[in-house]
Design a protein. Sequence first.
Lengths: 116, 113
Amino acid sequence: NAGVMQNPRHLVRRRGQEARLRCSPMKGHSHVYWYRQLPEEGLKFMVYLQKENIIDESGMPKERFSAEFPKEGPSILRIQQVVRGDSAAYFCASSPIGTGVEETQYFGPGTRLLVL
Amino acid sequence: AQSVTQLDSQVPVFEEAPVELRCNYSSSVSVYLFWYVQYPNQGLQLLLKYLSGSTLVESINGFEAEFNKSQTSFHLRKPSVHISDTAEYFCAVSDRGAQKLVFGQGTRLTINP
């Protein structure tokens, strides 16, 4: 059973460009979470999605950031008009049920975004 | 809002020595508690978790953690560390009924031969 897949592993963008980060959950998992890890900090929750639904986006910046988890295909975290402060590692996690955190979240390897 | 404090950003120890990584959380309401480990350039792997029941939980590689409700702590311990334990360790908490994990800042464990 393959784990959570994220691509690309590394992404370099210039200021003002768009960044698209992809996450394929583990087989059988229908709940996806995105976290951001700024340099020298812990992970911060961004958004929780189920197929075609955003359940909790309380950690998402109000502007430029969006997330989706379509019926088919991976979950996408999209950052428009990137700025240097967006440089971070972005981790995706998935869980099988998600009705409570007793369903453990399994993490992907992360995408390290560098904005020049 | 829930918060997690890992008191030590770095912990250097000698191989085969015992180690304790400290974790305190802010809220005493019902919580789930986790320790994750991150090896260099990799994602997070679940090390152990407390959901309910026995307050002492163990991992398969010799780590253990004890949930102490009165002190709102979930410290991670290992009686004898190995070079391969070198990694960053994150404590995480979730309020029951919530989906999101709140992470501490991480503790970098360095094992010296």
